[in-house]
Design a protein around this ligand. Structure first.
Ligand code: ADP
Length: 333
């Protein structure tokens, strides 16, 4: 570990610190696994002290991007900078800037909360009174100072996730990377984690990047990058992305896929619109959706088995940009 660090520092000594005011910035970031393209020329910036979400279905490239930003993997093309340092060429500099909270538990459950944090602090060269003060600071930040002497295995899943957060923050990083922070937590614990993330953003100015495949979690983010098969398909605040969809989202359910295709063509010809067929459902966006469904049902009696009119969701943003559902039928619960 030590020799790797030293040689890396040596290698990095001549590397230029690129100027970028954004805490995270990607330029044409690309990654191939052999002939599989996992990230396809991604370019965007994360702003200071925002909670930024990477939202995408399975296989969209979230883990690949997370691993590249965490300096665990070198991209095959383009660049990613964290606080101006290149993840591929200046990994040690980047590691000083970032705190990482993985999806899988990284705590030693047989040790106390304090012992876990102490080991992490030592990895970053913290010791003595400085480390003790920092441990107390981060534990009070996540509301667990009174549990410092308890073994991790005696804590609830939500509390353990908060200790993971404290561990990721021990070296005062300016950027926090979290992989699927809500996984395995009940709704109350999820709310807690998000409350602490907002506090870190507001009171400490930490820039937070989370990966997620949950729409509900994405709604908590200040801004989102929505990924599909390694490509950026949407970028913006959740409310802004949803408001770009005109009017209501209207769904017509039919008996089967063939009926849906037939209804779609009929609607398209009659009302001069471009519906999307999703299985046995015809979907389109329309002002005054309630009036429109009445017109359709009257025009084509017998084809429509069910209707729904709703305000656009983030899933609608995904469908509009990609032409297909976020969830496959198998994944949908
Ligand atoms: P996500 O985290 O959004 O599910 P991943 O980054 O894991 O997406 O995967 C993106 C794409 O890269 C997928 O097509 C996946 O099958 C592929 N992939 C991921 N890891 C590897 C690997 N080690 N070798 C080959 N292909 C991989």
């Amino acid at each position: 570990m030590a020799s790797l660090t030293q040689s890396s520092v040596h290698l990095e000594a001549g590397a230029a610190h690129l100027e970028s005011s954004a805490p995270i910035s990607l330029l044409n970031l690309t990654h191939n696994y052999g002939d599989r393209l996992a990230l396809d020329h991604l370019s965007f910036e994360v702003r200071p002290a925002e909670i930024f979400g990477l939202l995408g279905p399975n296989g969209s490239g979230k883990t690949t991007l997370f691993r590249i930003l965490s300096t665990l993997m070198v991209p095959t093309g383009g660049s990613a900078l964290i606080q101006g340092f290149d993840v591929a060429h200046e990994p040690n500099r980047v590691r000083q800037q970032i705190g990482i909270v993985f999806q899988a538990r990284s705590l030693d459950i047989k040790l106390t909360v304090g012992e876990n944090l102490k080991h992490q602090g030592h990895l970053y060269g913290l010791k003595g009174g400085t480390l003790k003060r920092r441990m107390e600071e981060v534990l009070s930040r996540v509301g667990l100072l009174d549990r410092i002497k308890d073994t991790v295995e005696t804590l609830s899943g939500g509390m353990q996730r908060r200790v993971e957060l404290a561990k990721g923050l021990i070296h005062s990083p300016s950027v926090l990377l979290l992989d699927e922070p809500s996984t395995g937590l009940d709704p109350g614990a999820r709310r807690d984690v998000w409350q602490y993330l907002r506090m870190l953003r507001d009171e400490e100015g930490v820039t937070i990047l989370v990966t997620t495949h949950l729409m509900e979690e994405a709604e908590h983010c200040d801004r989102l990058a929505i990924l599909n098969t390694g490509k950026l398909v949407a970028l913006g605040a959740p409310a802004g992305l949803k408001s770009e969809i005109g009017g209501d989202v209207v769904l017509f359910e039919t008996a089967n896929e063939q009926a849906a295709a037939e209804l779609s063509v009929k609607i398209a010809n009659r009302f001069i619109v471009s519906p999307t067929v999703l299985g046995n459902t015809v979907r389109l966006e329309r002002e005054q959706g309630h009036k429109f469904v009445t017109d359709v049902v009257e025009a084509f009696p017998g084809l429509v088995e069910g209707i729904s009119v709703a305000k656009p969701s983030l899933e609608d943003v995904f469908i509009q940009r990609t032409g297909h559902r976020f969830w496959t039928e198998k994944e949908e619960k």
